[in-house]
Design a protein around this ligand. Structure first.
Ligand SMILES: Cc1ncc(COP(=O)(O)O)c(C=O)c1O
Length: 448
């Protein structure tokens, strides 16, 4: 594979870009994309299993999304909705109130990134409840602004030397049944992880001071950890019993990713608000908080304003994205293809002890690589080398949580494309086990 132009550009990039903002896996320099295919500047093609970190659920440059953006920018690129009104904003807000879970009147607040929407939710929850404490989960990633970093508890590097962070954010254990921090067996436990929260509420954290629990329905960057339904139901009950808002953070798992419009719908509970980003506008900058009307009425302007939030081209892209997801039955496709993909990875698990666990919902699948199935010790070297070899063979695959292969392709990917990608992953695992992937790739494949 010739990647000369790509390597040259990466050298230039390294001279001028801040190191804070990139965690590389391979030197991929994108020229164009269509469907689930990416082409680099050297003319090589790749099957995309990353979807720009889950932002491209309808695929690269879907013609309907492109048309919506082009038509909009021909009229006007932007005029701030802080002082004026525009049609795509209202149309999108109406659609969002229809597709998000919760059988109640809702309102929408827009931003530009998943991170700012998390910040906004902290402000909104405090404003509505008059309480200051916010509960997040250990291993959660919610973004990179101060509020979102304060919610996140996944990486020491992201929190080092930048404190003090936002006060009164508290973390409880995520229900990680594969690596239970309490040594319990899945399905046979007493929800010891949740007891930590109950103990806090009993002994040192007055429930009437807790504004909200902000939680991903599947912990994405933690390695696609799916919580048990009984955990979710019990946590929700605790919230309801104590006037605590339950917020589903759908930035990564929303918009059909898990085989439903939103991840929280798998658990049969109705959140008070959802946080949206990434796939909402197919890669155009946009985020949203959708909340019960009475909650949203509790804050006053200018509590949450951004000059370029809710830009007409992003809103037009988002309206088109929602229509494509609906018209092309992508939610059903995500569910059925996701089940097939999981089966195929379970087939690989039966072949390779390196794979300790396969989990996820819809096309949000994690493949957990371990040094030993009994100790479940994470195998970061295997993950880095396998992802690098996949890139060399034409598949864009990354890992998070140090060792979990992240399988989140655009929802438009076909079964044939998925089969081809999994065959290449199979080959990369064989190469790794045969010692055919050199250590030098670890200088490049850093990952999370
Ligand atoms: C679950 C989750 N929340 C929030 C964010 C932050 O979104 P953004 O990068 O758009 O600010 C991310 C990004 O990876 C995410 O995965």
């Amino acid at each position: 594979m010739d990647v000369k132009k790509s390597l040259d550009l990466v050298k230039e990039d390294e001279k001028v870009l801040s190191p804070s903002s990139r965690m590389p896996y391979f030197p991929l320099v994108i020229k164009k994309g269509y469907g689930a295919i990416i082409e680099d500047i050297d003319g090589n093609e790749y099957l995309d299993l990353l979807s720009s970190a889950g932002a491209l659920n309808v695929g690269h440059s879907h013609p309907k999304v492109v048309e919506a953006i082009v038509e909009q920018v021909k009229n006007f690129i932007h005029y701030t909705p802080v002082y004026t009104y525009h049609e795509p904003l209202v149309k999108l807000a109406q659609k969002l109130t229809q597709i998000t879970p919760g059988n109640y009147r809702k309102r929408v607040a827009f931003g530009l990134s998943g991170s700012d929407a998390n910040d906004g939710m902290i402000k909104l929850a405090r404003s509505y409840t008059g309480r200051s404490k916010i509960i997040s989960l250990i291993q959660a990633y919610h973004g990179s602004t101060y509020g979102a970093i304060s919610l996140s508890a996944l990486s020491l590097n992201m929190r080092r030397k930048i404190g003090p962070l936002l006060p009164d954010i508290h973390h409880i254990p995520y229900p990680d049944c594969y690596r239970c921090a309490f040594g319990q067996k899945e399905g046979a436990c007493g929800l010891e992880c949740l007891k930590q929260f109950e103990i806090a509420l009993e002994y040192y954290m007055p429930a009437e001071e807790v504004a909200a629990v902000i939680m991903e329905p599947i912990a994405g960057d933690a390695g696609l950890v799916v919580p048990p339904e009984r955990y979710m139901k019990r946590l929700y009950e605790i919230c309801k019993a104590n006037g605590i808002l339950f917020v589903s953070e759908e930035v990564q798992q929303g918009f059909g990713r898990t085989g439903k419009w939103f991840g929280i719908e798998h658990f049969g509970i109705e959140p008070d608000a959802v946080i949206l980003g990434k796939a909402i506008a197919s890669g155009m900058p946009l985020s949203a908080i959708v909340a019960r009307e009475e909650i949203m009425q509790s804050w006053q302007a200018p509590a949450h304003v951004f000059t370029t939030a809710g830009s007409p081209s992003s809103c037009a892209a988002a309206v088109a994205t929602i229509e494509v997801i609906r018209d092309e039955n992508l939610i059903e496709h995500s569910k059925t293809l996701g089940e097939y993909v999981k089966e195929r990875f379970i087939g690989l698990k039966n072949k390779y002890p390196l794979i300790g666990d396969v989990r996820g919902l819809g096309l949000s699948i994690g493949v957990d690589l371990v040094k030993d199935r009994d100790t479940r010790e994470k195998d970061k070297v295997a993950a880095a080398k396998i992802c690098y070899r996949c890139w060399e063979k034409g598949v864009i695959l990354t890992f998070f949580a140090n060792n979990v292969l992240r399988v989140q392709p655009p929802l438009v990917i076909t079964k044939e494309e998925m089969d081809r990608a999994i065959d290449i992953i199979d080959g990369a695992i064989k190469d790794y086990l045969a010692g055919d992937i050199p250590d030098e790739v670890l200088q490049i494949a850093k990952g999370w």
